[in-house]
Ligand binder design. Structure first.
Ligand code: FES
Length: 112
């Protein structure tokens, strides 16, 4: 039998626009809530040059790295928005399943 761990956070601690660092199975992650209320989670290190995404900001529903502006959505799409608004896609990232039940946010490990 495989044990499955989860990370639990209080929903009140992740309001719209917030980014919170957490751990799951000894892996560092970030959880953020978009302006629409959507919850998302992904590894804490930026896939570009490893900046700490706990220092990122939320723009709409996207997490924007404070390093060089790469943005990530809840479906794992990554891109850089240039000054003219053009989106330059980057490699997708692995997001983590997130659910919110009765005031609690539960993040599940990635299923491979
Ligand atoms: S380190 Fe995150 S965009 Fe460069």
């Amino acid at each position: 039998m495989t044990m499955c761990s989860h990370t639990r956070l209080r929903a009140i601690d992740v309001p719209a626009g917030a980014v919170v660092a957490a751990e799951i199975d000894d892996d560092e992650i970030v959880v953020w809530r978009g302006r629409s209320g959507e919850l998302c989670a992904m590894p804490r290190q930026c896939p570009h040059l490893d900046w700490d995404l706990a220092d990122a900001t939320v723009f709409g529903d996207e997490l924007v790295c404070s390093g060089h502006g790469w943005a990530f959505d809840c479906d794992g799409h990554a891109f850089k928005r240039n000054l003219q608004g053009r989106l330059d896609p980057k490699d997708d990232v692995a997001t983590l399943p997130v659910e919110e039940v009765d005031g609690e946010i539960r993040v599940s490990p990635r299923t491979q």
